[in-house]
Design a protein around this ligand. Sequence first.
Ligand SMILES: [Zn+2]
Ligand SMILES: [Zn+2]
Length: 247
Amino acid sequence: MRMITLGTGHGNFTGTRYKSATLFEIAGRLYLLDCGSPAAASMRRREIPCRDLRAVFNTHMHLDHIGGLPDLLYAITRYPVAGQHTDVYLAENRTAELYGFMHAMHLSEHPEYLSFHTVTEGTIFRDGVLSVTAIPTDHIARPEGSAPVTFAFLLEAEGKRILYSGDLRSDFADFPETEADVLVCEATHYRPERAAEVFRTKKYERLIFNHVHDPWHGEEGERKLLSYYTALSCPVEIAHDGDEFDL
Ligand SMILES: [Zn+2]
Ligand SMILES: [Zn+2]
């Protein structure tokens, strides 16, 4: 499978990184994890038709992970082909608000091409190629006992397990214990010293950082971030916009 990091930044655009959006190509099928702006434009530049997306999975409803969705929905439905369909999994049940925003822009709902679902804990998607399991995290604070609104995702495909962290809590206490071959982890909200302690207890084959915070941008910043993880036995990489990873 191939992972293409379309956007590797955080809440603010920077000179080099767009907001969070990660494309997976698995057995000829396309899946998008998070839809920060300008995800649809990034796909267009690569000549990847948005209407080919089988599913979009949203880790949480912060702007930098969902703000590119109206443009993406427009692109998916603009020039449809027979049989196309995209499942959109939102971390919160906000379909009515999303439709309201689309109506305000004179866009149609196109239920024939789009289905909306709400992410819940457990396996939410299985199409014979990819299985996606949602693991609640605590990035967005919520009242005791209420439904989770922030998720990590475990992707299982081609015999591999990819753990995609989504955004995490500042104390890193919500980092998922789930075993995986590859960890794709955000690098903004927590202290790397704490994360390094946790990663040392894991058996990842590969660790890739996305959602990269400003201090870790540029050559010197990247060197500094990687210096926290030199004791790990697996390769550690920092993703950039447009990078491709064969997993
Ligand atoms: Zn974020
Ligand atoms: Zn967030």
